[in-house]
Design a protein around this ligand. Structure first.
Ligand code: NAP
Ligand code: ZN
Length: 365
């Protein structure tokens, strides 16, 4: 057996975890830049809980609340300029994967005056500022990963920064914040989390220590997705399970990375504005079919207590009508995904360009 397990993030998971643990914010400095999306952090109580905890610990704070979904390099540069002007010692990201990923990139750019190439290289002259993460969707697991995924208009795609130095130092997970999520975002983010565990489990980098995390989250997410086909928002117990499962799935990809599904999903988001989790979900059935016969696919299905076809039906029921792709789009998206050599090589059976094209065609049939 051979593995490295490395999650340098302190994880606190409980209801009211921020007010119960305000002193956990103390070690990171005397001024925080809080990074959020436009609205949700103010509506679900997370922003108020963080500012109360900071006030209690005499930590000053400044808000940047202009992070868009799939944050761009331009936006994180703008926020980093505010972090420097405000002399922030650390960054607190509150929200879905978009504000959390943005917080990590802002932490890098606040302490480094670097070009885009160096930003995406993951090797930084100066250590990034510490990042505290407060997830309010149950999907990306960004609160426990060393990744920040940005929209990079220069290459007309999304691109990842991967660096151990951007793991959040502290993550505060309170399932109550996810209770304001609408049904569509609840479904899409749950599917994103499932995609992380499924891809991690089917990755060449899967290890013995990670597999139980993957299978446990697949089990919870399979059960939850079946529940969601009734079309109703989950109860608070299920919300808690979803947040737990998405965190486990984040720990999985922190070790394994993602595979061809995420690489195929990025152009769907960039060009067709398909939500990140939905993009992965649209591709997952055909991806599993491509790997059919692998004992690992059988283990995934048995953890979800579904056959492959039942899984396909569940996903179809949840995602509703599929977007249409033209032949030109399929060719462009195939070429874009083919350039993600790392993701292809990381897939247990690396797909050829033709395999990728076929997965696109069949997924959108
Ligand atoms: P998101 O883009 O962060 O948020 C989607 C929407 O949900 C926004 O409109 C947001 O509103 C709203 N929202 C967030 N929390 C809410 C709540 N508690 N109640 C009501 N509405 C809420 O969505 P996401 O799917 O979590 O994140 C997707 C991003 O994460 C993508 O950029 C993806 O590439 C990235 N990602 C990163 C990793 C990683 O390891 N770093 C892994 C997977 C995906 P506001 O804008 O008002 O906040
Ligand atoms: Zn994802």
């Amino acid at each position: 057996m051979e593995f490295i397990y490395n999650i340098p993030t302190k994880i606190i998971f409980s209801r009211n975890c921020i007010s119960k643990n305000s002193e956990a914010l103390k070690p990171y400095g005397t001024k925080a830049l809080i990074v959020t999306g436009k609205k949700s952090a103010k509506l679900n109580g997370s922003y108020k809980d963080i500012t109360s905890a900071l006030d209690k610990e005499n930590i000053k704070h400044h808000l940047f609340d202009r992070i868009e979904a799939n944050p761009s390099v331009e936006t994180v540069r703008e926020a980093a300029a505010e972090a420097r002007a405000e002399r922030a010692d650390f960054i607190i990201g509150i929200g879905g994967g978009s504000p959390l990923d943005a917080a990590k990139a802002i932490a890098v750019l606040a302490s480094n005056d670097i070009d885009d190439e160096t930003l995406f290289s993951g090797i930084f002259p100066v250590k990034p500022l510490p990042v505290v993460a407060v997830p309010t969707t149950a999907g990306t697991g960004s609160e426990v990963t060393p990744y920040s995924i940005l929209t990079y208009n220069k290459i007309r795609n999304k691109k990842s920064i991967s660096s151990e130095s951007i793991f959040p130092v502290l993550s505060l997970l309170d399932p109550a914040y996810t209770e304001t999520l609408n049904f569509a975002t609840t479904v899409n983010t749950a599917i994103d989390a499932l995609s992380h565990s499924v891809e991690g489990y089917l990755s060449k980098r899967a290890t013995a220590v990670i597999e139980p995390f993957a299978l446990e989250s697949i089990k919870i997410l399979g059960r939850s997705l079946k529940f969601l086909t009734a079309g109703e928002n989950p109860d608070s117990g299920t919300r808690e399970q979803l947040l737990y499962a998405s965190m486990l799935a984040g720990i999985v990809i922190a070790h394994t990375g993602t595979t061809i599904v995420h690489a195929m999903g990025y152009p769907l988001t960039y060009y067709k504005d398909i939500d990140h989790g939905k993009a992965n979900g649209l591709l997952m059935y055909e991806f599993l079919k491509f790997l059919k016969g692998s004992s690992r696919v059988e283990k995934i299905l048995s953890a979800m207590e579904m056959t492959l076809d039942q899984f396909g039906e569940t996903i179809d029921a949840l995602l509703g009508e599929k977007e249409k792709l033209s032949d030109e789009e399929i060719a462009l998206f195939t070429a874009t995904a083919e350039s993600a050599q790392k993701n292809i090589a990381n897939t247990s059976i690396p797909p050829s360009g033709n395999d990728i094209r076929e997965i696109f065609i069949k997924s959108f049939r």
